[in-house]
Design a protein around this ligand. Sequence first.
Ligand SMILES: *Cc1c(COP(=O)(O)O)cnc(C)c1O
Length: 477
Amino acid sequence: MKYISTRGQSPALSFSEILLGGLAPDGGLYLPESYPQFSDADLSAMRGMNYRDLAFTVLSRLIDEQDIPAQDLRTIVDKTYRAEVYCYTRKGQNAEDITPTLKLENNLYLLSLSNGPTLAFKDMAMQLLGNLFEYVLAKKGETTNILGATSGDTGSAAEYAMRGKKGVSVFMLSPHQKMSRFQAAQMFSLQDKNIFNIAVKGVFDDAQDIVKAVSNDHAFKAANKIGAVNSINWARVAAQVVYYFKGYFAVTQNNSEKVSFAVPSGNFGNVCAGHIARMMGLPIDKLVVATNENDVLDEFFKTGVYRPRGSANTYHTSSPSMDISKASNFERFVFDLTGRDAAKVRELWSSVDAGGAFDIKQAGLFDKIASYGFVSGSSNHLHRMIVIREAEAKYGVVIDTHTADGLKVALELRDMNTPMVVLETALPIKFEDAIIEALGHSPERPEPLQGIEDLPQRFEVMDADVDAIKAYLVANT
Ligand SMILES: *Cc1c(COP(=O)(O)O)cnc(C)c1O
């Protein structure tokens, strides 16, 4: 299996060749040259597999044997998807399921993706990425210094995935005193020598700008082996495909049944994996894209206009991990929507990359969206509060604010005869203040995380100064 760029002007590469990189050199995103197909017989053989076997079955169709030998992939998958890693299950759920389902009512389910070390779905892919990085770097005899900026979830998932990994250091910038106490405690309490937390005096955008400035200094980047683990990383998307299969088998009896998934969306990484699972032959009916007030994706699926916002029009909401101005993985879907016409994608993104928008109707493609199963809706703070209250009252389940965005839109758009699976993307304790606002009490906190805020913290407070951060990187690598 080779990977090609959505912009069509980069050479095709193998899985491990694109593993450590971000965008393709032509500015596009990587996708498999064709999607592997899972037949009815394949699906029947996969039904009943545990998570590790499913992950191996899906990923081995995306990674060549000559690239990563099957035996090695097997070891990496088995090491990653263990009950001890994804241990923060609700009472009554089985951690061995890795992504357990919870029935709310007839044809309505939660798929728990947030039982990993940082209590958000990003652990599903990032833990695999950590083990893949270590393996590929060792094989190549290389090292990497991951530089990133985070407002909370991505940074902590990356740090917990890379801690103690040979050949990898992580330098994570976060806005000083802007994360929740819980999020800061999660990151800053890590004592591993290869993890460096830098609290930048400023807001998230200041931290992000520093990362961009360092990455644009190509000489510095090469000399200091600077890498990234952002949401466009193909391996992350590939890892996420697996739990759509797991969720599908959990709520169906046979492969003639269809299932819909509702996905709290920001950068379109999670739901893009659902799109790919569907393209591979998984019988998915609808892919429900749920946004918060930052509704750039809802606008696209309703009108055909893709119009990324500026930072002044990007709102800080109570589902902060979905506060995005543009959906960085979205180009992958549009590439498929155009019939994989890279010239068309270049044309559409020439206006987006220049700060503008495009209208898919003008390209004659709007009517094709429905054939990919996509529908959408959006949610706001009041909706989240109501849905969190209703979920507790009706189902006895406390959900987080992001999952509430998903459930709100799922309830609006579901067809009562088709199972609807809402992806649970974070545990409520991660966003405790919003839960207290909705319910008047704190959500349950898993036993091992009691008192995490009181642990000793290890972080550096620095000015939002590119040269100072560069000097810190050099001094610590
Ligand atoms: C990252 C994140 C999302 C958004 O996922 P995308 O892949 O960016 O669409 C939703 N919920 C939570 C809790 C997240 O951390």
